[in-house]
Design a binder for this molecule. Structure first.
Ligand code: PMP
Length: 399
């Protein structure tokens, strides 16, 4: 019967309940700051969020949201195409376009809708989408809806992408290449220079999801494309307000004037209520702060380097370079779960990632940094990992 396919999930959930493992859907009962809270009854350092600049707790953003609620009410109650376009939405779109130095911007109610909606709409039957094999679920959902032929290239592997473009022949000109700026699970950065070269060589179009790189990379914080110096080769940038900007919602920006027509074809834009005025206002304020206070980005990277160096010094295999996201990988499920629990008991909340959410068959403890972490908090996180090693829950060389 229809519901049989959920039996495996039911068994997994029952196992989690038996073990009293609160790693998934842990309830935050109190937020003390951007980096500390009470989760499931325990006071913890938050080292598993996407609050890269700490702006969800910024008093200026909170005040902007409060004022907008007083002025506009709690929701728009409609689509951007009907009654849900307020001057706040238009202002945010103009500010996003100006920030990215392009002519056009669309906002969405979630980042998921932005990525899914644009991928689903830009390519259609007869077109091709070439996507990184480790793409986020929103990209996979979008390409499935598009009706285009979908081909995966090996994760961040320009040689494999080149091979697949070559095989397409004339169809390369009708191809959308999709990559992410920073990949969310391991924190690695896409080789956008090589991907941009290939896009130019084959006359394809390129979309980059900068969900985890906005405010994190680039001289002005515009993301991985800016850091790689290839913004002119990126046709569409999509991203989210829910990470470095501390709100909820998403965007697509482009130098192509056609984006204004694409807008009216994206179902995830048309057939859903527009973002609430409060979140648009806090996002506008957060974008200003992101633009005007590059020191937040520097602080984030100081913390990222501190965590990376500390975990590396413990002998953990933490990837080739520092990043605001650092993952510790486990082949063994039991070990990963036990390690998560001990970290939590020690006052450190990180993300436990299980396949298929992790890019391989490995289990991950995903640690993420915020500009709002103090050096002392970062050292406490490193100390909690040292305790894991001392307890024999992680073997440095095998982690
Ligand atoms: N794209 C990527 C790469 C993401 O990691 C995420 C969120 N994890 C999204 C899109 C969706 O963004 P949101 O959670 O803001 O809807």
């Amino acid at each position: 019967m229809l519901l049989d396919k959920f039996k495996e999930m039911a068994a997994f959930q029952a196992e989690l309940r038996d073990r009293k493992l609160k790693a998934f859907g842990a309830v935050t009962e109190e937020l003390l700051s951007a980096t500390e809270g009470v989760v499931e009854g325990r006071r913890v350092i938050l080292a598993g969020t996407n609050n890269y600049l700490g702006l969800s707790a910024d008093p200026r953003c909170i005040e902007a949201a409060r004022e907008a609620t007083s002025r506009w009410g709690t929701g728009t109650t409609g689509s951007r195409l009907a009654n849900g376009s307020f001057s706040e939405h238009q202002a945010l779109e103009a500010e996003l376009a100006a920030f990215f130095g392009v002519g056009h911007a669309i906002t969405f109610s979630t980042g998921y809708a932005a990525t899914m909606g644009t991928c689903a709409t830009l390519a259609g039957p007869g077109d091709v989408i070439l996507l990184d094999a480790d793409s986020h679920s929103s990209i996979y959902s979008g390409v499935k809806l598009s009706g285009a032929e979908v081909i995966r290239y090996r994760h961040s592997d320009p040689a494999d992408l080149a091979k697949r473009l070559r095989r397409l022949g004339d169809r390369a000109a009708n191809t959308l290449i999709v990559a992410e700026g920073i990949y969310s699970m391991l924190g690695d950065i896409a080789p956008l220079q090589e991907i941009a070269d290939l896009k130019r060589q084959y006359g394809a179009m390129l979309l980059v999801d900068e969900a985890h790189s906005l405010g994190v990379l680039g001289e002005r914080g515009r993301g991985a494309a800016e850091a790689a110096g290839v913004e002119d080769a990126v046709d569409f940038i999509v991203g989210t307000f829910s990470k470095s900007l501390g709100g909820i919602g998403g965007y697509c920006v482009s130098q192509h004037a056609e984006l204004e027509d694409v807008r009216y074809c994206i179902r995830a834009y048309i057939f859903t209520a527009s973002p609430t005025p409060s979140v648009v206002a806090s996002t506008r304020r957060a974008l200003q702060i992101l633009r005007d206070e590059p020191e937040l980005r520097e602080q984030l990277w100081d913390n990222a380097r501190r965590l990376y160096d500390g975990l590396k010094a413990l002998g953990l295999a933490v990837g080739p370079a520092p990043s605001p996201v650092v993952a510790v990988e486990f082949e063994d499920r039991e070990a990963a779960m036990a390690a998560w629990q001990q970290l939590f008991d020690n006052g450190v909340y990180v993300n436990l990632v299980v396949p298929p959410a992790s890019p391989s068959t490995n289990y991950l403890l995903r640690n993420s940094m915020s500009a709002a972490h103090t050096a002392e908090q970062v050292d406490r996180i490193i100390g909690a990992y040292r305790d894991l090693i001392d307890a024999g829950l992680v073997t440095p060389s095998a982690a």
